[in-house]
Ligand binder design. Sequence first.
Ligand SMILES: Cc1ncc(COP(=O)(O)O)c(C=O)c1O
Length: 390
Amino acid sequence: MVYDFDTPVNRKGTGCEKWDEMASAFGKGDLLPFWVADMDFKAAPEIVETLREKTASGVFGYPVMTDSARESVAGWLGTRHGFSVDVPEVGFSPGIITSLSIAVQEFTSPGDGVVIQTPVYPQFFTLIRKNGRAVVENPLIETENGYEMDFDNLRRVITPNVRAMLLCSPHNPVGRVWKPKELKQLAEICMERGVTLLSDEIHQDIVYSGARHEPFQLAAPEASACALTFVAPSKTFNIAGLCGSAWVAKDRKIAQRMEKALSSVHCANINMLALAALEAAYRKGAPWLDQLVAYLEGNRDFLEKFLRERLPKAKMKRPEGTFVFWLDFRGYGLDAKELQRVLVEEAGVALNPGGAFSGDCGGFARMNVGCPRAMLEEGLSRMERAFAKL
Ligand SMILES: Cc1ncc(COP(=O)(O)O)c(C=O)c1O
């Protein structure tokens, strides 16, 4: 079967954040949106059909988190990522941010430090702070070829009150797919310092030619006693609004603690539609995903070429994964406010301001390319015209 990623889907007026919340976020509602990290594609027909059957039944009672659903997660991680997982090592929660928040509460104490590697997904800052913990930044190093972890600085910033670290793997927004060697080095430091490593692998399935995602607990099985991995079909299959995610702990004690902590706030289950969609996605979604990834890689290549030829002062380190790309506009010499003004007022596009990902990244913006190529081309052409006038 050949899936269609080119036909536009009209989402305006459907109550979706990406298209319907621009007026409050950007002061204008008629922009072309490249911000919120969901995609302007319909979900795989295999998932839609499963949901159709469920809703047609007219029965929406409490679901069971079945072994079959756990097996579907384990099966996916095994076949897709070579990560061998047993059914009791899998748990559920309504979302990755929910899981990360609960894990931070469970594995650290109020006032403790939690490390993040900036620039990074803004909710990482928020969840740490809202849980009364301190953000400890270990900025990524920007090199000619891409971004790298700063292991020397990591050792410096892990003081005795730093108890956990959030790893974004692959990394939103710089698009790095971490190599086993890097993950091993990270694991060594976490084990040495007794830091719990919370590995957010929500972007694991969108990885481009030449790169391979390595689950943290596969790269460093020796670190499993201080590690948790968080996965979801939400980004992969564009079903984030259904609210379903899973987590994996190879260590029995860690798994028990996580399950208990989630249960204590009634978050160890997911709703019946999310559960059905998760299982359908992991059991039947691979062919759709293969075509999606090829399409997104085409969008990445298109964007790269467009920047080179028509927006040469805007730069991008080639992303190895994710569909949210980190554009460097520093070449235009604008401050953060002026850059956003040009994007919003002159170009009519909504990109996430870079400053939300790191205080010193006001010269950047994050662009979501999870959309039909024609929409990407339209957005970039608008940007070309706006920047040409500067
Ligand atoms: C790295 C990362 N983690 C978590 C999330 C959100 O996960 P959830 O909706 O399951 O809470 C996102 C969404 O953009 C993300 O990029």
